[in-house]
Design a protein around this ligand. Structure first.
Ligand SMILES: NC(=O)c1ccc[n+]([C@@H]2O[C@H](COP(=O)([O-])OP(=O)(O)OC[C@H]3O[C@@H](n4cnc5c(N)ncnc54)[C@H](OP(=O)(O)O)[C@@H]3O)[C@@H](O)[C@H]2O)c1
Length: 196
């Protein structure tokens, strides 16, 4: 059974992804988050919950033991978080990382220059791209909470599509589940995700 570790599991996309993972697969999920009492989950023997901060190296490494995939759904100190994740994965010998970033980090959005607000996203992406991990970066458009799966992807080097429309968190979660469940899909790629 495939084992997936979700970092920042109380994040909005992560909660939708957790539901999709449980619905669609026989995966074993480990939810890693600060303040675990906030999680509202039905009991499942396929769920393990670990309370921890991604910047706590010992807790992070312990959570990574025996996992197949790390899915990071974080915000805030992304540069430090990316460093901590790459370091811990290297140490454990774990390769597959799916990391939520943002559109605009490569100035790939036509007619728009995202300023320094995206610096943590740019710096964390660079740390991951410079690692030797089997990563996939996900760069969503602005997000919404609609109950729909309707999206397209663009690759690094291509212009972002349909940048003025919002894309649902459920669409991003769908992509995360596909990437996590399919070995070798979009390895060492950075994917823009737009509404389609
Ligand atoms: N809003 C948009 O339209 C948009 C568009 C593109 C990309 N994005 C980005 O996509 C990412 C994911 O989106 P989302 O909506 O799922 O974000 P979210 O709900 O803000 O989730 C981020 C999670 O990161 C956790 N976190 C932060 N620092 C942590 C640490 N040191 N250790 C453990 N967990 C930590 C937070 O935990 P706590 O709850 O404990 O604080 C939070 O649950 C975010 O970075 C967001 O900015 C957003």
């Amino acid at each position: 059974m495939r084992k997936i570790l979700i970092l920042g599991a109380n994040g909005q996309i992560a909660r939708v992804a957790t539901a999709l993972f449980l619905e669609r697969s026989d995966i074993q999920l480990t939810l890693y988050l600060r303040k675990s009492n906030r999680l509202k989950l039905t009991n499942s023997d396929r769920l393990r919950i670990i309370e921890g901060d991604v910047l706590n190296a010992d807790a992070l490494e312990a959570a990574m033991a025996a996992q197949d995939v790390v899915y990071a759904n974080l915000a805030g100190r992304l540069e430090q978080q990316a460093q901590a994740i790459v370091h811990a994965m290297d140490k454990i010998g774990l390769k597959r990382l799916i990391f939520i970033s943002s559109m605009g980090i490569y100035d790939e959005v036509p007619g728009e220059r995202h300023g320094s607000i995206l610096d943590p996203y740019r710096k964390s992406a660079k740390i991951i791209e410079d690692s030797d991990l089997d990563y996939t970066l996900i760069r969503p458009a602005w997000l919404n909470d609609r109950d729909e799966i309707a999206y397209g992807i663009t690759h690094k080097g291509e212009l972002f599509s349909n940048q003025d429309a919002t894309v649902s968190r459920k669409s991003v979660a769908d992509l995360v589940v596909k990437l996590a469940m399919t070995p070798d899909l979009e390895i060492r790629n950075s994917l823009g995700v737009h509404h389609a």
